[in-house]
Design a protein around this ligand. Sequence first.
Ligand SMILES: Nc1ncnc2c1ncn2[C@@H]1O[C@H](COP(=O)(O)OP(=O)(O)OP(=O)(O)O)[C@@H](O)[C@H]1O
Length: 331
Amino acid sequence: MTLVRRRRHQEALKLSLPRLAQFRHQTRLPAPTLLNNPDSPGIENLEKLSVLGHGTGGTVYKVRHCRTHKIYALKTLRWDQSMTAFLHEAEILKRVSSEFILRCHSVCDTGSNPDSDQCFVMEYMEGGSLHDLLRARARLPEYMISDLASRVLQGLHYLHSMQIIHRDIKPSNLLINGNGDVKIADFGVSRGWPGVKDPYQDSCAGTCAYMSPERFDPERWGGDNANGFAGDVWALGVVVLECYMGRFPLIGLGQKPDWATLMCAICFGETPKVPETASRELRDFAGRCLEKDWRRRATVVELLSHPFVSRGSDGGGGNTNVEMSSTVLPT
Ligand SMILES: Nc1ncnc2c1ncn2[C@@H]1O[C@H](COP(=O)(O)OP(=O)(O)OP(=O)(O)O)[C@@H](O)[C@H]1O
């Protein structure tokens, strides 16, 4: 999938692991910058175990605390011009604390030389991302989709109540822990609360495949007046359909997901069709999220009481988790 990212676009990814010794000198940020928990792990105590994945801006490692043996995910971002964006993300992470949001334990940089990395010490999510899960399983059953939609909605409700707009909801930013619980991650392009400088004031920040019509083409879809929250709802609708159909749902099979194709599909195409095989609840839920006019789109609060997600929380929740974790966990 072609991604349009305004942040962290640099040279090819470095695959080599930074040496632990590098972690000992922290100059740019007084290190580690502790977040919610005073017992947060300092980076000098972390031992790298393996690479969990690569993103546009850096690498994520599985690490172990030397003393407590607790496992964390260390997300490193290469040093570039985006210090403002990094600090912006750190500022958001410092303030959020919810069971529906990936926990960040500390923020630091890994060395004193100008090319060194900045990093986040994050909660380790054994199940990897929803993107990994979809690659392994292609389609998900409705009760799992309902469970994950419910959790993402609760996370969005929490964020929106703090005036934070995520702006990059997509499968690779939804992580799954050992209990099968989905959490929202990656605030790299999020918009914070009023008064906090937004390094991505334009509407282009994020991943264009999951971008709502009013963000993609503000002129046509009244994006200049949009409050932004509706864009997160649209992205959730795309994710729900993707989980059900087992492929990116907004373009046809075999179509290349380049910018022009996505633009046509999202801004000019028909409202995405939900397969007839889906339950009435899922079809209605996705349709309410994928309403092109953001003023008519359902809000997070409305969706929280939608039958598609409210049925997910009764009875089957425990099973959902067991199946999710047992099917997904790669290691
Ligand atoms: N806390 C975590 N626990 C376990 N695995 C993780 C964690 N964070 C990230 N990963 C793994 O590392 C991969 C890369 O994550 P990262 O956030 O750097 O990039 P991305 O979101 O996939 O892509 P991009 O940031 O370019 O949009 C993820 O897809 C996931 O498989």
